[in-house]
Structures are given as C-alpha cells and as structure tokens.
Write a protein that binds this ligand. Sequence first.
Ligand code: TXA
Ligand code: MG
Length: 543
Amino acid sequence: MNKTKNTLYLEYSNDTPEQVADILRNGGIVAIPTETVYGLAANAFDGKAVKKIFEAKGRPQDNPLIVHICSVSQLETVASEIPEKAKALADAFWPGPLSIILKKSERIPDEVSCGLDTVAIRMPSHPAAAAIIKAAGMPLAAPSANLSGSPSPTTAEHVRNDLFGRIDAIVDGGNCEVGVESTVISLAGNKPRLLRPGGISLEQLRSVLGEVEVDPAVLNQMRPGQKAASPGMKYKHYSPKTRVVILKGSFERFSAFVNGKKNCAALCFNGEGKELKVPFVEIGAEHNSSAQARNLFDALRKLDDLNVNTAYARCPDTDGVGLAVINRLLRAAAFTVVDLDAPLMIGLTGQTGSGKSYFGNLLKEKYGFALIDCDALSRRVTADGSPTLRVLADAFGSDILDASGSLIRKRLASIAFASKELTSKLNSIVHPEVTKLVDAEYAKYKEEGRSAVILDAPQLFESGLDVICAFIVAVTAPEELRIERIKKRDGIDEKKIKQRMSAQLSLNEFIEKADMIIINDDVQPLDEQAEKVYNKYKEIHLK
Ligand code: TXA
Ligand code: MG
C-alpha cells in the first residue's frame, strides 16, 4: 500500500475519545495506546473497515485479530458462549493484559476471525483505550500497530515510524506499561490452553483455573506444515533487521564471547554494558522480568540503529512475565540459541583452493579440537536416494544425475556456480539440511565434553552459521596458487575454476567479515598462524 493517507497525530486529551470514535464509526482505522502495546483499531462489526487493518500492516490474511471491549455486556455481543472459566478469568484479570478465546457470535465477521469459529477477546485497562471503546459504542478489532513482522510498538513514535501515511490517526498516550502483547488463552477446546504468554503469567492463570496446558509453539519453532493453534505463532515476528542470537550462560562467558567478535552488538541487562567492548542496548535489571518486558521491543528497534550484523542477547529468566520475554526473544532470534557452557564453535572458511581444510586438520591434530566438515556433510545430504537429491533434480534438471541416479557433482557445480542467483538457489536447498547435520554432530561433541569444535564451512557466511561461531577464521592464498592447487586436486580447466571462484565471496568480503585471516601462500609458516587461532580460543574459552 502506498503512503497516501493524511494521518492525524493526536496527543491524548479529554476530547480524543469522541474525535476517534467519529473516525471509527466512519470505517476508519486508528492506532490507540493500550497497557500492552499500541493497537490498530477498527469497528469489529465492520468487515470492510477491518480489511483496511490487514492492508495497512501487510498482515497475512489467515492471522485473526483480537476484539477489544470495555464492558461485560459487550462480551455478550462478541461471544456466543461464555463458560464459567471465562467469567472467572474476567473477574480476576479484566480489565488487563489477557485475551480469552471463545466461540464467536454471528456478529463477528470473517475478516476478524479469518474463518475460525472462535474469537480472541480482551478488555484493556489503559484509560485511553477504555474511553475510546466506550465513546465508539462498539467493540474494536485491533492487532498490534506495527508493520507485520517488525517488533510491536510500545510508543506512538514506533507506530509513526511503521504506519504514518497508511492509517487515519495515531493517538499518543505515552509509553506502554506492560510492553509485550496480552497473554492469549483458549477456552474453546477441552482444556484451557496458553497460546501466547504475556502480562498475565501462567502461574496467575493456574491460580484461577487449576490446570492450563502450554501450547508447544510457546517455546518451540513450528515445523513447516505443522498446524498452529494460534496462527500468529507461525510467522516471523518481532524481527529487527539485525540478526539476533541468544547466548545462554553466565555474563562472564557472554562478555568473553562478544568481546572477541567483530561487527556485533549486545542486548544485555542493566549495568552490563560498561563491561563490554561492543555497542549495546540494556533491557532492564537481570531478574526484573517486568522491566525487560517493558523495554524489549524498543530495545529490538534500537539495535537497527547500531548498524551491526548480529546482536547477541542475554538469556532472560523464564518464570512469571519472563516467559513472555523469552517467547518474544526466541522469535526475534528465529530460535537461534548458543549454549555458552557447550563446546566453543570456531568458524573456518575461506577462498576455494586456499587450503582451508588442510589448515582445519592442522588445528585438529595440533590442539585436539573436534572438526565438522561441511563439505562431507553436504555430500551426505545429497547421497544416492536422498530426498534432497530429488529436490535438486527438480530445481536444476535431471541431467545432474547419472543413469543410476547418483549426483554428478561436477555437472551440478557447473550449472549452479554459473551465477550468484543459481548459487543461492542451490544454497537454499542444501544449507538447511547441512545445518541439521551440523547440529547433530555438534550435539555429539558436546556429549563427549569437547572444549571446541572447528566448523569447516566454505559457505559459512552464506549459510548463516557464522552467527553461532565464537570467532571466524578465513584462509586465503594468492589466486595463481589457488588455481594450481584446484587443477591438481579436481582436474578441471581454468575457465571452470574461475567461474567457481567468482561464485564465492570476494577477498575483501572475507577480510571484512572474518575475525582472523590466515595466509596460506607456502611462504608464511602455518604453525605460527595456527597458534594465533589457539591463543584467541584461550582468550574466549573460560574454564
Ligand atoms: O496486547 C495485545 O494483545 C495487543 C493489543 C493491541 O491488544 N494486540 C495484539 O494483537 O497483540 P495481534 O494481532 O498482534 O496478536 C493476536 C494474536 C495472534 O497471534 C493471533 O494469531 C491470535 O492472537 N489469535 C487471535 N484470534 C485467535 C483465535 N480465534 N484463535 C487462535 N489465535 C487467535
Ligand atoms: Mg502483532
């Protein structure tokens, strides 16, 4: 959608509810403050108005909205059945940060429920939200007032950055008190089920209801094709542009890890930033989950201003409101968590023909590190009869297979390395499968109690595995030397070799991204360079 609307910006005052009610009655959409996050509201009974919310946010069409009410009598207009348990929850926690899923009434249009026969309902406690719903005289459907995928807005400024020019008005009611979206509980099934943790904790829900199940999507990544109880859980969420990785372990290990790395920032607890050598954003005191919840989304947005590749986040407590914090943080991190008490991962990459694997083996022999060879893993992924091989044949043509169905590697290479686009198509098929095997090998070395694992990966950066490495070593060598080595090793001609080389990152890119450069030109001694790697490892690896 183009930014064509003339968006009114209203500081909340006594006149605001009437002014906003007028816009809503005319089918407009308005961002309003609530105690959790800002919501983008429309008349919940007006399907056409609700549709505008989806357009303004770029929201997927199958992700239903929460309906906001200001009285129990309004509840009867949106739900068709109100079970005792719902009454008990409403008594205990409304108005407040809790959404209850019930069977919907006929007045709720499909645009709100996205075809489900249920509807999520909540009564916000923020005085501005309550006054606006009351003045409008109708329930308001409202998702968080952010662009779909980005962190939810906790200030009017966040809303303005995402939606100015796309909506009719923004009501500025200051910073949101809770800071994460409402708890979502379903009472539409057999047992009460927590779908999304929020300001009302699981412990609080259980104190009223007794047993409450926790949906697996609260803490785990959905597999492709898996059905989500709460459609919103399956989407990429809360993501700043910066890649986020959670580091689990003590602050001592956290600081050793991030201080050794280039081009990263830290998302840490109050008072920790001064111990770090990298840019940082603090999100609240270490064991204060409410403060972390309040600051998290603003902190995620601030990361993008730091202009780094990766932000490493401290791992929060997971009880009380902490469950909501870790739930949002896991999604911001696309579920990437590094355990700092497990073996240190050292990335090893470099130019083709530079002798990267030779250097990896040297490190292994000399210092007793474990070694994961991603080339070998990718051969395993594309072994005869493997599902990935079929996907590759569909993508690149069955010519890549010989009569017996085995992969002709050279043929695939000559097709896929012909352009960056084809190379990334190949990568998007192979990398996720290789990553699964890397995880399995790593788990094995963890079990063995190894102290470090070298991850030998020619496509370390392209695969995204770079972010889990404590530091990255790139091996380089002069071009003529590399061409000679590849000729000897693979017996292919110079034109093919150059093609393969140009499908890789450039030397400058390796230098810019890696933490350490090894020059393998048959002149500079490799032993001394290996020792530098070992020293760096010792700096980071705390006993
Ligand atoms: O705190 C909040 O809940 C904020 C403020 C504005 O009230 N709203 C909010 O809405 O977070 P939204 O749309 O960003 O998240 C609604 C979540 C989504 O995960 C959605 O899938 C889920 O609630 N949901 C809504 N209706 C549902 C239903 N009938 N069944 C299952 N999940 C539902
Ligand atoms: Mg949302």
